[in-house]
Design a protein around this ligand. Sequence first.
Ligand code: HEC
Ligand code: HEC
Ligand code: HEC
Ligand code: HEC
Ligand code: HEC
Length: 367
Amino acid sequence: MKILFFVLILIISVQAKYLDNYSCQECHEKIYEEFQSSYHAKSYFTDELHRKIADAVDTKTYVCATCHMPMANNLKELINGQARPDKNNKTHTDGVSCFFCHTIAFVKKSHQFNINIKARQAKGYKPTLYGRLEKPDDSDKHSSVKNPVYAKNVCIGCHSHKLNDNNVTIFQAIEKDQDSIECIKCHMPKVDGGVEKMDKRTRGEHVSHKFPGIHDKIFRATGVDINITTQEKKLLITLKNKMAHPIIIQPARVKFLKIKILRKDKIIWQNYQKEPSEDKQAYFAYRFTKNGKKITIPATATKGYVNNLNAKTTKVLSYNIPKLQKGDIIIVQFYVRLAKHDCASAIELDDKSIMDSLLIKEVKKSI
Ligand code: HEC
Ligand code: HEC
Ligand code: HEC
Ligand code: HEC
Ligand code: HEC
């Protein structure tokens, strides 16, 4: 009986053999390096903002694991509170791991959030990894198969939407039936260098796994266009969202405009005095209430509100200003705070810079 038990365990563990991120480095050196610098490589242990909020939601259960620690070999136990994140477990520290993404078989659409369904790996054989290469080579570590999921659904298992248990939307990034190929074109641009180290198939290029986003200074400036026009005593700012998702996805974030009119180096008008939230139309963020009271962390919210700018839409903001003179300069700056200042009332961050205002884009107009 005991022997049979051991044999069973052995079969199960062979079946579920996990190849950690580092093991890909041997052949996919460049992709590995890119990935390591990406936010997908972050985990509960290395993303302070995520960890602090997760702990403020619940210190016993880690329900966030589904998307933030998807490879965990004890996912169920993390979610129901029978286990805690463990820094010595590679399936916990690898984040949104290589192996996880490349074994997604399909994505099940669901009301609260979508669900990634993993491919069943054949017992005793090397794992099969999916991708989008034409006629991919096998290697002694894994087989390769082209799978249409890698253009269609691979990003929407986690990035589409999330509702809390009260049916309140925590984020809504993607419309129903939106494909992932658009996401890939912007967030995984083609770069030089073979798919694997030897480039045996002389492909000469691969898709970058840096996943640039809001943290990348150059990349983040490309998401919006800002245009300034003036009429008599009116200032019109046209904000165009070029991205395939709203400008605010993450409820911890805020994006806002800071607008100044300078006359001989003196500010003669600005859109807010102290806090950007004074200018409601140019303050893009989520806010939540629980039974009518304002709360910061949305997990238990009963209502949510958002001032957002949807995918590929344009909004014109209008301001009454003093009559302009020749030589006046209008400066419009678009900023993001990765964590809104409200977060400070709910969590204590060691790295306060997460709350700084980071410039996304600046435009000027001289009269
Ligand atoms: C349905 C999948 C999903 C679940 C479940 C989920 N998240 Fe996320 N989370 C994401 C995605 C996708 C991102 C990246 C999107 C973005 O940055 O806009 C993200 C980003 C974040 C960020 C921003 C990270 C940073 O460094 O700026 C925080 C904070 C966060 N999540 C907290 C949580 C917490 C806390 C939980 C559990 C209570 C949770 N998430 C559960 C999908 C999920
Ligand atoms: C021993 C070398 C080796 C190791 C280790 C290795 N790979 Fe590969 N991999 C290859 C080769 C060779 C190809 C085929 C490249 C080609 O056709 O140009 C490939 C192709 C792929 C593809 C493309 C599949 C497709 O159908 O488009 C993916 C995805 C992939 N590898 C992921 C990984 C991941 C994830 C790891 C780590 C868990 C890993 N590989 C480890 C050698 C390796
Ligand atoms: C298993 C869930 C999961 C899948 C699948 C997934 N992501 Fe993510 N993604 C996340 C999480 C979680 C984060 C936030 C990590 C953090 O900040 O701690 C994130 C962050 C990001 C970011 C933000 C980077 C930054 O620095 O601002 C981008 C861009 C991104 N993902 C793009 C993609 C694309 C494109 C795909 C599809 C090819 C994809 N993701 C698939 C979970 C996922
Ligand atoms: C036209 C290019 C473009 C497309 C298409 C696009 N994005 Fe983005 N995305 C950006 C840019 C630029 C940023 C960074 C600037 C910003 O967030 O304002 C960004 C930011 C993000 C972030 C980080 C948000 C945050 O606050 O942390 C995530 C996550 C993300 N995109 C996921 C996706 C997913 C998933 C798709 C597919 C539905 C997608 N993107 C499609 C350009 C694009
Ligand atoms: C967030 C999901 C995600 C993660 C994490 C991820 N990949 Fe990928 N990878 C993709 C997608 C999507 C493609 C296909 C992009 C395309 O060609 O349209 C891809 C393509 C590839 C390819 C084929 C190269 C090419 O140019 O098409 C290889 C090899 C690969 N990945 C290896 C890795 C390795 C190694 C890691 C970890 C170090 C990793 N991936 C992590 C989503 C991911």
